[in-house]
Write a protein that binds this ligand. Structure first.
Ligand code: PMP
Length: 407
């Protein structure tokens, strides 16, 4: 039996959550989870999505509780691919894309990794992930048997991207290796490649014959523009590279728990692309069927209403601007407060970064003191969920940072 099963370590965010719940201070603040909050610290129901839910419940024509098809609801997956790649993407026009519904972005990472371990030519390739990266990348990949290696991404001293080190590490990656690239709003550093750097990576991937695995969890959430945020994807498509992409609507539609996302396979630009796409889809159907039979339907149907209605789509684009600009505002506010206090160090990096997280540069000991002395909870990496900042708490967070930095 399982009597001797070893106890597994808790997920690192779970431990933080427990500490936060146990903290009895009325002043406590958690800057931990990547879930958007409004200026009152409340979850924000995205207005376009709320309207879509209303329409979903008003419309009695839906077979609402029937199974979704194995590969997902096609109105949803098709519209999702248009958002991700761009409506006029040559890859869509040339039939080079296959899009399937997954258990949000995490499920897409999983199904993608599984597909690659099963069908990339053996031996199973290495998978390269940025150092640091979202902790589930490594976990998801190792779970299906990939050997995970780091490539340099961030320098803690200069608080900037280590692009040339990243480039040379990938240049020495064995051909056939999988390389995970975050499309925008890099978690946890908030630092993305610029256009020129992306172009260099696209060429390098082609020259080295690496297999790109793109992770897109924040499209529109980083800059407020869906088109600006998918630049990396468009550059890979332009080059005709074969790749896979994990797409999540958790943050962008505020549908976290509904698990709304897709996995996309994009075939290389060659004459047999539609044939490859068809065969990949047939294998994905087996993997998905074996794992979950079919994906959930409520969240994707609601998302589909937003994506397929021009008015709601335009509203959603405005909602993305609302979320991303409040985050930018909080970055500036925190930086200004720290500069006002003349907190030792520089704080420009807070506004150079983009997306949900701020990589503060606080040390593990300083983060510990933030919690024990100031009741402000953040992981020991110093990653701060920026949207947990608001007009009521940002000054106190800055004062606490000031105290721990001088300590
Ligand atoms: N990738 C990255 C980089 C993320 O930060 C997240 C969410 N934290 C995801 C993927 C996937 O999230 P979900 O499974 O909720 O879509």
């Amino acid at each position: 039996g399982l009597a001797t099963i070893p106890k597994a370590p808790a997920d690192f965010l779970m431990g933080l959550k427990k500490d936060f719940l146990a903290d009895e201070s009325t002043q406590k603040v958690a800057l931990v989870v990547g879930a958007y909050r409004d200026d009152k610290g409340r979850p924000w129901r995205v207005p376009a999505v709320m309207e879509a839910e209303k329409r979903y419940f008003e419309d009695s024509s839906y077979f609402k509780h029937e199974y979704s098809p194995i590969l997902g609801i096609s109105e949803f997956t098709h519209a999702a691919s248009q958002v991700l790649l761009g409506k006029d993407s040559p890859a869509l026009a040339e039939g080079r894309v296959c899009s399937v519904q997954t258990l949000s972005g995490t499920g897409a990472l999983h199904i993608g990794a599984l597909l690659l371990t099963r069908f990339l030519p053996s031996p199973t390739p290495w998978a390269f992930v940025p150092a640091p990266t979202w902790h589930l990348h490594r976990q998801c990949f190792e779970h299906v048997g990939l050997t995970v290696k780091d490539y340099p991404y961030y320098d803690g001293v200069t608080k900037s991207l280590t692009f040339s080190a990243m480039e040379s590490a990938l240049r020495s990656a064995p051909p056939g290796s999988v390389v995970l690239l975050q499309v925008c709003a890099h978690n946890p550093t908030g630092l993305d490649l610029d256009e020129e750097q992306w172009r260099l990576i696209v060429s390098l991937v082609q020259e080295q014959r690496l297999f790109p695995f793109l992770d897109c969890a924040y499209q529109g959430f980083a800059s407020g523009s869906l088109t600006k945020d998918n630049l990396a994807i468009r550059l890979f498509i332009e080059a005709g590279v074969e790749m896979v992409i994990a797409q999540s609507f958790s943050k962008t539609m505020g549908l976290y728990g509904q698990r709304v996302g897709c996995f996309h396979y994009v075939a290389a630009a060659h004459s047999d692309a539609p044939g490859v796409v068809e065969r990949v889809a047939s294998q994905l159907a087996i993997l998905i069927r074996s794992e979950m039979s079919a994906a959930p339907s409520y969240g994707p149907r609601v998302a589909s209403i937003v994506l397929n209605d021009s008015e709601l789509y335009a509203e959603w684009e405005r909602n993305l601007v609302t979320m991303s600009s409040r985050i930018t505002e909080m970055r500036w506010k925190l930086r200004q407060e720290l500069e006002k206090l003349e907190t030792p160090g520089t704080w420009k990096h807070l506004t150079d970064q983009i997306g949900m997280f701020g990589f503060t540069g606080l040390t593990p000991a300083q983060c510990q003191r933030m919690k024990s002395k100031h009741h402000i909870h953040l992981p020991s990496s110093g990653r701060m969920s920026i949207s947990d900042l608001n007009t009521a708490n940002v000054a106190r967070v800055a004062m606490s940072i000031d105290e721990v930095v001088r300590w």
